[in-house]
Design a protein around this ligand. Structure first.
Ligand code: HEC
Length: 120
């Protein structure tokens, strides 16, 4: 198996340069950075942003298994089109699930959007 290049750079990174969620889930972080960040980083094409806590709450309410299935198989929702495996067919089911886990914990560890707005 060839290691994802971003996983190699993460395992070589100084631990203090990583967010705790990243340290806990290097595979998910690497998959996110290499494939999912394209849409879920800036929140383009209707994709819920990684740090947008509220955008994830109603999705989490559906249960994590639905999120895994939507990420693996793809789906068309009200906001846009989520491509199967984020458009990267070389990802395994487990790698996609790890990226979903990473996105969920990052989104829920971010401060609420309202707190961010009132500080600026
Ligand atoms: C081409 C853009 C794009 C890429 C790349 C992408 N997504 Fe998405 N994703 C979307 C859009 C758009 C939605 C929202 C669809 C909607 O609900 O209308 C979405 C929604 C999701 C959801 C929420 C599912 C639900 O049921 O609410 C998950 C989980 C998800 N993506 C995971 C991933 C993962 C994991 C990757 C990387 C492997 C990834 N996405 C890459 C566009 C993208």
């Amino acid at each position: 198996m060839t290691l994802n290049p971003s996983l190699v750079s993460l395992t070589n990174a100084a631990p203090e340069t990583l967010h705790p969620t990243e340290r806990d889930n290097l595979v998910g972080t690497a998959v996110f950075r290499s494939t999912c960040a394209l849409c879920h980083g800036p929140g383009i094409a209707g994709a819920p942003r990684l740090d947008h806590r509220e955008a994830w709450l109603p999705r989490l309410a559906a249960g994590v298994d639905v999120l895994y299935q939507h990420a693996i198989d793809g789906y068309r929702g009200e906001q846009g089109l989520m491509p199967p495996r984020g458009g990267n067919p070389s990802l395994t089911d487990d790698e996609v699930r790890s990226a979903v886990d990473y996105m969920i914990s990052r989104s829920q560890s971010a401060p609420p959007a309202r707190a961010r707005i009132s500080r600026s």
